[in-house]
Ligand binder design. Structure first.
Ligand SMILES: Nc1ncnc2c1ncn2[C@@H]1O[C@H](COP(=O)(O)OP(=O)(O)OP(=O)(O)O)[C@@H](O)[C@H]1O
Ligand SMILES: [Mg+2]
Length: 274
């Protein structure tokens, strides 16, 4: 276990999240409505369902990325441990009661690897510097331990100051994961993190995400049901009904894949529907 993992593990506890009657509207159109769902601390929750059922929209509520999309309205409740993050007095970028901003506590990794057009080193240093860490030795140490954590250190240690855009797709995605991890978040949101990658890189990134279990609270959107089953502890099926996304079923991965309670879930996990 490297030093960063020790730091992460020394936290008192990881947060759970809970949504209650959560709905998101783009203008007048509902993307999804009435989602009441727990997100277990230190576990991997997989969100699955056909295109347009609201998975990305749901994810973007969890760290209020929706604040950045004009004409959105979020209704209901999202608690991060006890804290209501939809409270209008909370600014996603300003420190919460616990002293750390929501966006820093809840990090996001997107489908298409999107490193900044800077050096590999600067990609990780950037956020740290924004948060006031200027000491070069501390920056170097945090960057090295995080790159080790995502299995990238040996591949890039001799080219830290070359452009991150020169990395392969899989390496770029691991760098984006490192960029999130270096800020020591507690919750990580992944939106189809492997779907733009070749099968080998996808396997490497999937193994990396699986290794985050118990160290972070993870939510992952995936179209790959086999992947949801391999790495998820819990799974949630979303579906479009009357043009609105709905949570159809939530349960352990075991339950969702082997004894679903809802016909839509049974049809979807067996490849008959969706
Ligand atoms: N910025 C936006 N403005 C308006 N409507 C949007 C916006 N983003 C998403 N939508 C709509 O909200 C609904 C849910 O979209 P969302 O992207 O959350 O689905 P998804 O489950 O992530 O789909 P996919 O699997 O294709 O990524 C869709 O009807 C979509 O067209
Ligand atoms: Mg999506």
């Amino acid at each position: 276990m490297n030093k960063l993992q020790l730091t992460q593990n020394s936290r008192l506890s990881l947060p759970s999240m809970q949504t209650e009657q959560l709905s998101l509207y783009y203008g007048k159109k509902a993307a999804f409505t009435d989602v009441t769902m727990p997100i277990a601390a230190g576990k991997i929750t997989a969100l699955v369902g056909p295109s347009g059922c609201g998975k990305t929209s749901f994810l973007s509520c969890l760290n209020r990325l929706t604040d950045l999309i004009p004409h959105t309205k979020v209704v209901g409740s999202i608690r991060l441990d006890g804290l209501e993050i939809l409270n209008h007095r909370i600014d996603a970028l300003a420190p919460l009661a616990e002293g750390i901003a929501l966006r820093r506590r809840v990090g996001t990794i997107f489908q298409k690897p999107n490193p900044f057009p800077f050096s590999i080193w600067k990609n990780l240093a950037f956020g740290l510097q924004e948060h006031g860490i200027k000491n070069r030795e501390k920056l170097d140490w945090l960057i090295e331990t995080t790159l080790q954590d995502v299995g990238l250190w040996n591949e890039v240690k001799d080219r830290l100051h070359t452009s991150a855009l020169s990395l392969s797709g899989g390496q770029k995605q691991r760098l984006c994961i490192a960029r999130a991890l270096v800020l020591q978040p507690e919750v990580l949101l992944f939106d189809e993190p492997c779907s733009a990658l070749d099968p080998i890189s996808s396997g490497v990134v999937e193994d990396l995400i699986a290794s985050l279990r118990e160290r972070y609270t993870v939510v992952i959107v995936t179209h790959n049901l086999a992947q949801a089953r391999r790495i998820g502890d819990y799974a949630a099926l979303f579906w479009v009904q009357a043009e609105v996304g709905r949570l159809i079923e939530y349960g352990t991965v075991e339950q969702i894949f082997t004894s679903p309670q809802h016909d839509l879930t049974a049809g979807y996990v067996n490849g008959i529907r969706g």
